[in-house]
Ligand binder design. Structure first.
Ligand code: DX5
Ligand code: ZN
Length: 219
């Protein structure tokens, strides 16, 4: 599968969000990763469907919406209506995960399941076949700019084997502490989509930064 770079707008300049999104698009980003936080599932509050809708109007790139919220079922349709192309929900936040994934897919959207760093892969055993993507958190969710948790590499390798055994085209997305020094090992372990917030936004030259990241994963 093509390796994709997904800048996380959590680290963007929200006083000029449209310009920042258009700048990473022009610089070669593949997806826009949008971190939705409710202050309950994670100790931070960010944005809702209204910002996803504004971001979607700012770019032609796919909207990769990461829901770090409790009771995501209540908001799936609003995020899809706002322009989400993919919605990922935390297995830790979904009592009825199979129903939630079905809701996302019935809304005509790609569906992802997210695992926090300490959540075992076994929680995917009876949902994997219904997924378009698995998002592995390599930091504890809630904030950008944290350090990559090293045992995520083994988790990526094991997940890759599970997906290969399933025979299904399921992408592995890795999120948190992805940067110029960690991305090569993350790609070698089997990741397909690379979320990068602080490694991209705030840098002087987005095109050079994305090019550097891509060089490390294309090898
Ligand atoms: C954290 C978010 C990540 C974060 C990544 O809860 O899910 O997407 O924005 O930021 P960096 O790349 O700076 O670790
Ligand atoms: Zn995220």
């Amino acid at each position: 599968m093509k390796k994709l770079i997904a800048p996380s707008i959590l680290s963007a300049d929200f006083s000029r969000l449209k310009e920042d999104i258009q700048a990473v698009e022009a610089a070669g980003a593949d997806w826009i990763h949008v971190d939705v936080m409710d202050g309950h599932f994670v100790p931070n509050i960010t944005l809702g469907p209204i910002i996803v809708e504004a971001a979607n109007r700012s770019t032609s790139l796919p909207m990769d919406v990461h829901l770090m919220i409790e009771h995501p079922d209540q908001f799936i349709s609003e995020f899809v209506r706002a322009g989400a192309d993919l919605v990922s929900v935390h297995v830790e936040a979904c009592v009825h995960l199979n129903r939630t994934i079905e809701l996302i897919r019935k809304a005509g959207c790609q569906a992802g399941a997210v695992l926090n760093p300490a959540t075992p892969l076994e929680s995917l055993d009876y949902i994997l076949e219904y997924l378009d993507l698995v998002l592995l958190m390599s930091v504890n969710p809630g904030f950008g700019g944290q350090s990559f948790i090293p045992n995520t590499l083994e988790k990526i390798r094991r997940l890759k084997s599970k997906i290969e055994a399933s025979g299904k085209p399921i992408r592995i997305e890795v999120d948190g502490g992805v940067n110029q020094t960690t991305i090569r090992d993350i790609a070698a372990a089997g990741a397909d989509v690379f979320v990068a917030g602080s490694a991209i936004f705030g840098k002087p030259d987005y095109a050079a930064t994305i090019r550097e990241l891509r060089e490390q994963i294309e090898e």
